[in-house]
Design a protein around this ligand. Sequence first.
Ligand SMILES: [Zn+2]
Length: 81
Amino acid sequence: MLMKYDDYLLKILKDECPFCDVKKEYVIEKSRYFMVVLARAPYIKDHILIVPNRHLVRLSEITPKEWWDLVLMIEKWMRKM
Ligand SMILES: [Zn+2]
């Protein structure tokens, strides 16, 4: 039986999460709440990931302070790319 993607996400534990186990050499910037990571299998040129410093399953878990930090990070790296 197929597992719903949503259920799968909830099942991923922090110690199994690939985004909680990012190698330091891939991190190109770190803010209080997020890090900018080089994509290991880039789909396009300049493919980066903005990953939360704490384990999150859904965007709805982000606090207002984290949202603000994320928006600034996105804006900064969109300008750089
Ligand atoms: Zn995680």
